[in-house]
Write a protein that binds this ligand. Structure first.
Ligand code: COA
Length: 239
């Protein structure tokens, strides 16, 4: 049902149509970004796009994608835009796209992804393993990518030992292994509380009650009016 092809401006009709569809999605999702600028980058031959194609019997529909510029000799890619069409958001497509993208880049020997994220997107990128504290050595990216004043520079390290295509299963296995290891470290035995201490607590409470009763009754007029601490407490309960 879902495919993740990588297209660029190579003149093929099918690719060009899909790239224009992606441009329209990005323009809608990032309304502050000038449409001409989006078109220029998507159609720039140095940029590539990984799309999400939803397939049906009658058509292939583009529902989102990521536009990026590879700097293969420096081992990183710069993400320019990433968007999912409105009705398909928060269904996990953004995460799936990112995992497919990571696996694809890993195969090409790319080690880092870099992007300038606006404030709204920082949360999403953090969930995808990006950080605002750079891990990529500065000499690899500095001077190569465009500086955006309003964005926050974020990067993501692509660990060669992680199978990004299968990451949710890998995480489940890691969690189970961690819990198993923790169980071995702790003894989950529940001991009965000490009888002596409980008796001591009860005795203290009784003493405190008697003390309060004494203080209450010593208020002038209280005893004459027929009040005592028990009646006072009851009245609090009713109101
Ligand atoms: N801020 C914080 N968290 C976000 C988020 C945002 N803007 N968008 C999504 N998330 C969270 C989701 O709640 C989800 O969290 P969970 O795993 O704890 O449930 C997680 O990120 C992944 O959600 P997912 O459904 O896979 O993402 P998506 O399909 O909705 O796509 C975007 C995410 C950002 C691509 C999409 O919201 C979008 O197109 N936004 C507009 C364009 C944009 O801002 N692009 C990024 C900058 S170029």
């Amino acid at each position: 049902m879902i495919d993740f092809p990588v297209y660029k401006n190579d003149g093929a009709k099918e690719h060009m149509r899909a790239l224009i569809d992606l441009k329209n999605i990005i323009a809608k999702q990032l309304p502050k970004m000038p449409k001409e600028y989006i078109t220029r980058l998507i159609m720039d031959r140095k940029h590539e796009s990984m799309l999400i194609l939803k397939k049906s019997d009658t058509q292939n529909k583009v529902i989102g994608g990521v536009v990026y510029r590879p700097f293969e000799e420096n081992g990183f890619v710069e993400i320019a835009f990433l968007a999912i069409t409105a009705i398909e958001q928060v269904k996990g497509y953004g995460t799936r796209l990112m995992n497919k993208f990571k696996a694809y880049l890993q195969k090409k020997g790319i080690k880092y992804m870099v992007t300038y994220a606006d404030n709204n997107a920082i949360g999403y990128f953090k969930k995808q393993g990006f950080s605002t504290i750079p891990r990529i050595p500065k000499h690899l990216w500095y001077g190569y990518i465009k500086d955006y004043e309003s964005g926050t520079l974020m990067d993501c390290y692509l660990n060669p030992d992680i199978d990004y295509n299968n990451i949710s299963n890998e995480l489940k296995k890691q969690k189970a292994a961690l819990l198993e290891a923790l169980k071995k470290c702790y003894h989950f035995e529940i001991y009965k509380g000490l009888e002596l201490e409980q008796k001591e607590v009860k005795r203290k409470r009784k003493e405190e009650d008697l003390e309060s009763e004494k203080v209450f009754s010593s208020i002038p007029g209280i005893a004459e009016s027929g009040w005592n601490l028990q009646l006072y407490k009851k009245s609090l309960y009713f109101y």
